[in-house]
Design a protein around this ligand. Structure first.
Ligand SMILES: [Mn+2]
Length: 400
């Protein structure tokens, strides 16, 4: 929405290092989507490099996993170099999976923990595409391939754990990672479906019995399947206005030898004030007046305003603008309440392409055709399936 999140990231990264030192953590795991694009801007790469340099003096290990937004090539560029800085980078599934089993040691060389370092798994990295498979076969196969990948890496980790115990008498926990959508995970507006048309969500029962599973991709912090030891810590900053009601957290997982003790979410301070205001014009004006008192010009608050008025107001923009005139507030989004947006025709023209997925656009286009009768209905299903497949292939290619 025309705003940079650079300073928020910068504050967060410095807060993260302070917190990691304060909490005496041994390792930081970042479960994917290091960047939000395959070719991140220079300032983002610089923040990334600077963070790793700053962390080095603390002796804290860091494990970085590629996400669906990350380019395998971009993360691979500096992988070797960062290896000299207590840093393990796993950009994508590796051809030798034993390299995804990482043992971390304390400064005295004693083993601390084993990580099954599993990044976002691109379908073509872990499965063969078979011609003539139906959509549901593909879905089943992808789920099986992901599950197999987890199980084989976990088996290697278990062997390693046994070996460590035999050699040093140390019991170390096994921590797995992942970047995917799991069944029942509560999402927000800005999360992109990653396995389009092939797999909606991975069942948490298909994970191996690791002592902890650190997940990325979903922005809202949450436990998975009611289990304490399977969690999304969520994104460090809100990535859409609908994420404001939930705390942004990191999760600190504690172990006693190889026993999982607790996962403690730690709230991340908000470095940029943001607010969502809903209601009729009177309510909005009251809220604006209240908020204006909380902030100052050096750091204006960002607003998403959802108007619930029944009438179509063609001077809405000016009205709101005059309400915030002179206040330390900036309107990033001004829209009709979702309920009304869906009802009204004029909302369609106001939608931007950015808010829609390719599937949304295609469905709108299909909706404008006539599909009466069984034959045409069948045809519609075939076209939709082909479309899903094409998008899926393109996304996989674009990820390369
Ligand atoms: Mn993601």
């Amino acid at each position: 929405m025309g705003k940079s999140r650079q300073s928020e990231h910068k504050y967060f990264l410095s807060w993260l290092i302070d917190t990691a030192i304060d909490q005496k953590v041994d390792a930081i795991i970042v479960a994917g989507d290091i960047f939000d694009t395959g070719s991140p801007p220079s300032y983002a790469r610089e923040l990334y490099n600077q963070f790793i340099v700053n962390l080095r003096s603390t002796g804290i290990h860091i494990i970085i996993l590629g996400g669906n937004h990350d380019s395998v090539a971009t993360l691979s560029e500096s992988k070797e170099l960062l290896g000299y800085f207590n840093t393990h980078v796993i950009p994508g599934a590796l051809s030798d999976i034993s390299e995804q089993v990482i043992t971390l040691h304390d400064p005295n060389g004693l083993p601390l923990l084993i990580i099954c370092a599993i990044p976002y798994l691109r379908p073509r990295d872990i499965m063969l595409s078979l011609a003539g498979q139906s959509g549901s076969d593909k879905k089943q196969n992808l789920q099986q391939a992901i599950s197999d990948h987890y199980q084989s890496i976990y088996s290697l980790a278990k062997e390693r754990k046994k070996k460590i115990y035999n050699e040093t008498n140390q019991k170390v926990p096994i921590i797995a990672t992942g970047h995917l959508t799991t069944v029942d995970a509560k999402s927000s507006e800005s999360v992109r479906e990653i396995y389009i048309g092939s797999l909606d969500a991975f069942p948490s029962s298909a994970f191996p019995p690791a002592d902890y599973i650190a997940l990325g991709h979903i922005h809202l912090a949450q436990k998975v399947g009611g289990k304490e030891h399977i969690r999304y810590c969520g994104s460090p900053i809100p990535l859409s206005f609908d994420e404001l009601n939930n705390d942004k957290t990191i999760v600190i997982a504690k172990f006693d030898e190889d026993k999982f003790i607790a996962a403690i979410p730690k709230e991340i301070p908000r470095f940029q004030p943001m607010h969502l205001i809903k209601g009729d014009l009177k309510t909005i004006e009251n809220e604006i007046n209240k908020l204006a008192k909380l902030y100052n010009k050096s750091q204006p608050a960002w607003l998403d305003i959802e108007v619930s008025t029944q009438d179509y107001l063609n001077d809405l923009q000016q009205r709101i603008q005059s309400m915030i005139e002179g206040f330390p507030l900036e309107v990033l989004l001004l829209r009709k309440e979702r309920k009304q947006r869906l009802q009204s025709i004029d909302s369609v023209t106001k939608e931007t392409l950015q808010e829609l997925t390719p599937k949304d656009v295609f469905e709108r286009r299909l909706a404008s055709e006539n599909w009466d009768g069984d034959e045409l209905q069948d045809r519609k299903i075939r076209i939709s399936k082909s479309f899903d497949q094409i998008v899926n292939d393109l996304m996989t290619e674009a990820d390369a």
